[in-house]
Design a protein around this ligand. Structure first.
Ligand SMILES: [Mg+2]
Length: 425
């Protein structure tokens, strides 16, 4: 299944993480078209590189330092004051009074006079968004950042379909505990239906639409609620008296007459687009760790290392990378920590991965004590270094690689518990 995560009233929520006095009352973040780029003296420009290439202009102005007065109020020559700007995001308390995104600030303040209007702090939003992205990369095998407050995650092979709802609910709780950010999660077999489901999960909820439920789910949903249906398509569809996604799904030929974009949109609406979650290839390492009650039996520790190695292999194959560094660390109950790193230029496969971690564990020879934590990671992906993989044991490795690939295909379909090696039992 694919999940879509969308932070609730993100900019407002971001301010609430640093100022709890903003909780449970009408709050909005306002915006003004930024004319500072035309100013001769550029003060307070910040270049934000962490979310490079993701979305939104990486150049910011330090608006945060400004007060409501000098950010939103214009003074005309005759001394009159005028509230300028629009609503960028508003809290649910403000929305209850009719405040909407895009509404002129002056109008919103008439509807909701006790609303607190905040000056945007893009540094804060980007920082939180980036931290959440890193967290999700750690939790989900494949994550795509879709916008500053939206992410897709591919759970195929990682979580069983019957467990996905519970998994998403747990993720939501974790995000709240770690970041104090409310988030909604949509789940479905396709990306765009998952994104649509999120709308119906809000606020602060989880909504799952199974493949078999898609046609019922979309039946009465107005076309304009679908991601990617803008004014242009809305006009064209209304010309054919199509108002709901259900009606749209019965007009395949019409969509097909609009060439590729129409065809793409049609398959997104019916949920059989098969579009993949496109994870950025910017990961530097893939790792996993587990803490447990002390285990004194060496073979049990090794068995656990093999299980974690299988998970690492799954993540590596999912990301389509070729690691060349392998790292193992085991913590023991008397505070001893043993770590080892090896380099291998050989073609990656699950067999190789397990063999390397097996040998590393044999190598570390704990003096005494019981293991309490295992941490494993792989890094130095060869596509980054562009170095040639070892040709020495190539044919043998290639066989193992092929086997890994076919296992991976099976696991993508039936989850990664479907095939295990003897070493894990
Ligand atoms: Mg949002």
């Amino acid at each position: 299944m694919i999940i879509h995560l969308d932070l609730d009233t993100f900019f407002v929520s971001a301010h609430r993480t640093v100022d709890i006095s903003l909780n449970n009352r009408p709050v909005a973040v306002g915006g003004r078209s930024n004319l500072k780029i035309f100013e001769k003296e550029k003060v307070g420009i910040k270049l934000f590189n962490k979310n490079q290439g993701a979305f939104v202009n990486p150049v910011f102005y330090n608006d945060k330092a400004q007060s409501f007065q000098n950010f939103f109020i214009d003074h005309s020559d005759d001394g009159a004051q005028k509230v300028r700007g629009i609503i960028v995001t508003s809290s649910y308390e403000a929305r209850a009074k009719g405040v909407k995104t895009g509404m002129p600030l002056a109008e919103a303040l008439r509807l909701c006079p006790d609303m607190e209007v905040l000056v945007p702090d893009y540094m804060l939003y980007h920082d939180l968004s980036h931290k959440l992205y890193r967290f999700l990369q750690h939790e989900i095998p494949s994550v795509e950042q879709f916008s500053i407050d939206e992410f897709f995650g591919d759970l195929n092979g990682w979580v069983r379909e019957e467990d996905v709802f519970a998994y998403a609910t747990r993720l939501k709780v974790l995000i709240w505990q770690k970041f104090r950010l409310p988030i909604s999660i949509g789940i479905s077999s396709s990306k765009w239906i998952a994104k649509l489901a999120t709308k119906y999960a809000k606020p602060n909820g989880v909504k799952m639409v199974r493949r078999s439920e898609i046609s019922d789910f979309i039946e009465d949903i107005p076309i304009e609620n679908f991601p990617g249906i803008g004014r242009g398509y809305r006009k064209r569809l209304k010309k054919h008296f199509i108002k709901t996604l259900g009606e749209a799904s019965r007009h395949k030929d019409l969509f097909y007459s609009w060439k590729t974009p129409g065809r793409v949109l049609y398959h997104r609406i019916v949920g059989d687009d098969h579009e993949a979650v496109s994870a950025a290839q910017d990961r530097k390492s893939i790792g996993i760790s587990r803490t447990f009650d002390p285990i004194c039996d060496k073979s049990e520790v090794l068995r656990r290392i093999m299980i974690l190695a299988r998970h690492i292999a799954f993540l590596v194959l999912k990301q389509r990378v070729h690691p060349t560094s392998y790292y193992l660390k085991v913590n023991f109950d008397q505070g001893q920590r043993l770590k080892i790193r090896v380099t291998s230029e050989r073609l990656f496969s699950e067999t190789l991965c397990k063999a390397l971690f097996h040998d590393m564990f044999e190598e570390i020879k704990p003096a005494s004590g019981c293991a309490t934590k295992i941490s494993m990671s792989v890094s130095n992906f060869s596509y980054q270094k562009k170095r040639a993989l070892s040709l020495l044991s190539f044919s043998e490795d290639y066989e193992a690689y092929r086997l890994s690939q076919s296992l991976h295909t099976l696991r993508e379909k039936y989850t990664l518990d479907i095939v295990k090696y003897g070493s894990e039992l």
